[in-house]
Design a protein around this ligand. Structure first.
Ligand SMILES: *Cc1c(COP(=O)(O)O)cnc(C)c1O
Length: 402
């Protein structure tokens, strides 16, 4: 069945707005990445902040993926979906030592991203619990400064220029460092820049004799519109794999190479379906007002991200120009001047690349319900999260009588 036809049927069966994910796409991206790094012992830790529905976690776990988590609740979601603690890495930023202690109790890998926590960790555990250290190599991987983490003002990671301080803490507290990590943020536009970052990590790694893995984070770029530059995974895989094997020789033992992709695995698998409530002609444009807004898909407003929009209800209609906006009492423009097949009130519009940072960034703003989620698995549509109801909105309110 044509994907558009199948999406229309999902909208009919489960209503709009609804997020729809295609499991085949996720599985094929996973194996594409695995294969690109075939020469090395590569482990993929899916960054589940991109999309954390348990059904998605189970699909990736079945393929052999591990998990990258940034909060204790993401760790719990992972364990609940069947990941073993050893398959999970906890990479938080600015969380309390208590939250890190909880993660240690659960047995997952710990990734530490500041010297204060490293000292506290060492004081509590000494050499009894290993940890990974997040290094900021200060390379700029990509174009969008709002999502890059490698710059000098970034709050992420421990600056590579503080390596001597790190080593002092590690040595005096006998901390066992089993991994080094870098994540330079989203948008790797060219593998040369990435390899530069890798060299910085290799240099740092020589100071840590107990390493078991090097974690290169993510930032793989996928296409959001035709003609977008994407990360050439196969090219990066060939270049980094051979350099990595060479480094393992220098280091004196084989290491695992880890990645933590979010967007790369799930972005293109996702479709967000909304219904057109009203067409509104103004002096400036024709607005297509839909039954959604920044409460459901905030990337266009937060990052100026482009999401391709199609009118799947009228695929053969005449192309016209619309501005697609939400129903929230804020300026929530999804896209100006979009060419869409003639839009009628009631039509279903489909947003592409809605798999990553769509549902997980949604909210209840304006007392709206978060949408349903549907997974297409082996050709069949499964409801994997039902739409919220009024009960969900007031669940935690306490009775207050005046
Ligand atoms: C968000 C995040 C990722 C995933 O980034 P993508 O751009 O979605 O691939 C990986 N690692 C860490 C530590 C992150 O915070």
């Amino acid at each position: 069945m044509e994907i558009q036809q199948q999406l229309l049927e999902v909208a009919k069966e489960f209503g709009a707005p609804v997020y729809v994910y295609n499991a085949n796409q996720i599985i094929s991206q996973y194996h594409r990445l695995k294969n690109a790094f075939k020469p090395v012992d590569v482990k993929i830790k899916y960054a589940c902040k991109a999309l954390n529905n348990s059904a998605i976690l189970k699909v990736l776990h079945k393929e052999g993926s591990g998990l990258d988590t940034v909060s204790i609740n993401e760790v719990l979601l992972g364990l609940r979906a069947g990941f073993t603690p050893q398959e999970i890495i906890f990479t938080p930023n600015c969380v309390s030592i208590e939250e890190i202690q909880e993660a240690v109790k659960l047995g997952v890998h710990i990734n530490i991203d500041n010297i204060s926590i490293l000292e506290q960790f060492g004081a509590i555990y000494g050499d009894s619990v290993p940890c990974c250290i997040r290094i900021n190599p200060h390379i700029l991987a990509g174009g969008n400064s709002k999502i890059s983490t490698g710059h000098i003002d970034s709050k992420f990671g421990i600056s590579v220029y503080q390596l001597r301080h790190v080593l002092r803490v590690v040595e005096s507290q006998k901390i066992k460092v089993n991994g080094l990590h870098m994540h330079t943020g989203s948008d790797i536009l060219d593998s040369g820049v990435f390899l530069q970052g890798a060299e910085i990590l290799f240099d740092a790694a020589k100071h840590f004799p107990n390493l078991e893995f090097l974690d290169f984070g993510s930032g793989f770029k996928v296409a959001y519109k035709p003609g977008d530059i994407t990360t050439d995974i196969e090219e990066l895989g060939a270049a980094l794999s051979s350099r990595f094997l060479e480094f393992c020789e220098e280091y004196g033992k084989p290491l695992e190479l880890w990645f933590e992709p979010g967007k790369f695995l799930v972005s293109e698998s996702g479709f967000f379906l909304v219904k057109v409530n009203v067409l509104k002609q103004t002096t400036a444009t024709v607005f297509a007002g839909v039954d959604s807004g920044l409460n459901h898909l905030i990337r266009p407003m937060l990052y100026d991200s482009y999401h391709h929009i199609e009118n799947i209800s009228n695929p053969n209609g005449r192309q016209r120009i619309y501005t697609v906006v939400g129903y929230i009492c804020e300026t929530d423009t999804f896209g100006w001047d979009r060419q869409l097949n003639e839009v009628r009130e009631g039509d279903i519009l489909c947003f592409r690349n809605a798999g990553a940072y769509g549902f997980t960034m949604s909210s209840n703003y304006n007392a709206r319900f978060r949408p349903a989620e549907v997974l297409i698995y082996e050709g069949k549509a499964h409801l994997i999260r039902k739409r919220e109801s009024f009960e969900d909105l007031i669940r935690n309110e306490e009775e207050f009588a005046l």
